[in-house]
Design a binder for this molecule. Structure first.
Ligand code: ADP
Ligand code: MG
Length: 342
């Protein structure tokens, strides 16, 4: 067959398939948009596995009517200035692809207000966009319905553990952004909420429980790392649950790099190594660690769903993280750590 250019609809479906792989990835994109909009409160509401209906509401800065209409198009973003490269990006989003990708595989219903006398509703359904006035306080609500209705195979491949994945996504942001109030609801019931106090222990209490929160220490560690002969500052803050409370799997090691939750295995391993021999064998810790370092040392644009970042020198960053965790745990008062039986 000769080489041909793909029709635009096919290109759109391919792109959407990379960003929007499942309901949990939709939730992740929407929560990141809320955080980028400076929200202090984010509420996620999910029916069932999230395909029939899911909704993310925030009290961020909202959008004007013109911006809301533009936002659902491809490669439209307010997050990169004209001459900025993506290497300087400090927001969670930057590709302008989330909303149009969602609209390609679902009904997208956006209600927003940027502080004006009235808000705007932009509804994208079956390729048609309708814009109308709407009542809403400042902020944005994005409701996604009939997700994957035009992708039966994708829809069928979802298991009944899908809500657990959504809960993981929201938990991670709730733990890593204790300054933001998060609420997760499922089938009309509250699953968890955090107070947005800025305190990591409060977030752990909201997402986990009193036992876990009571067995933890917060830490805030500043250090410098030498990369190519130049010193850069690295800050690591968060909360470490004492090794008396552990889990059998590593999904409770929550990591963010410059505010973005990431799945980098090397970083998680570094945190576990920081616990060292304190950890009973075969057990994994519960830990929340937020790493901040100069943006030029991090590349967020290496993964379609932005689940991993690349570092200029990952080994140096990982060993700094390991040391910081180790130090925080050895200076914490481990007598409180429940080595005593309860
Ligand atoms: P990106 O986040 O990469 O810019 P998106 O498709 O996720 O791309 O969003 C497009 C644009 O829509 C954003 O740049 C932002 O201006 C606007 N937007 C999306 N969600 C929100 C929200 N919750 N609050 C305010 N603006 C939003
Ligand atoms: Mg986005």
């Amino acid at each position: 067959m000769p080489v041909r250019r793909l029709p635009p609809e096919t290109v759109e479906r391919i792109a959407a398939g990379e960003v929007v792989t499942r309901p949990a990835s939709v939730v992740k994109e929407l929560v990141e948009n809320s955080l980028d909009a400076g929200a202090t409160s984010v509420t996620v509401d999910v029916d069932g596995d999230g395909t029939a209906r899911l909704r993310v509401a925030d009290d961020g800065h909202g959008m004007s009517e013109a911006d809301a209409e533009l936002a659902v198009d491809h490669h439209t973003t307010s997050k990169l200035a004209e001459h900025d490269g993506i290497e300087h990006v400090s927001t969670l989003g930057f590709r302008g692809e989330a909303l149009p990708s969602i609209a390609a595989v679902a009904t997208l219903d956006v209600t927003t207000n940027d502080g004006g006398p009235r808000g705007t509703r932009v509804l994208v359904e079956g390729g048609e966009t309708t814009v109308s006035p709407a009542g809403r306080a400042t902020g944005t609500t994005v409701e996604v319905r009939k997700l994957f209705h035009n992708r039966p195979a994708r829809h069928k491949s979802l298991s009944n553990t899908e809500f657990a994945r959504i809960s993981d996504v929201v938990s991670r942001y709730a733990l890593l952004r204790p300054d933001v109030r998060f609420k997760l609801r499922h089938d009309g019931r509250d699953v968890f909420s955090t107070p947005g106090s800025g305190n990591y222990t409060d977030a752990v209490l909201g997402v986990y429980d009193r036992t876990v929160a009571g067995q933890s220490t917060t830490f805030d560690h500043e250090t410098s790392v030498a990369i190519d002969g130049v010193d850069h500052s690295l800050r690591l803050e968060g909360v470490l649950v004492y090794p008396s409370v552990t889990r059998s799997r590593r999904d409770h090691v929550h990591v963010a790099v410059n505010g973005r939750t990431v799945g980098n295995a090397g970083l998680k391993r570094a945190i576990v190594s920081g616990y060292g021999t304190l950890l009973p064998s075969g057990r994994e810790p519960i830990a929340v660690a937020s790493v901040s370092l100069p943006p030029e040392l991090v590349d967020a644009n290496v993964h379609p769903s932005k689940d991993e970042v690349a570092f200029v020198d990952g080994d140096v960053v990982e060993s700094a993280v390991e040391d910081a965790v180790h130090e925080a745990l050895t200076t914490a008062d481990l007598r409180q750590s429940g080595e005593v039986t309860m």
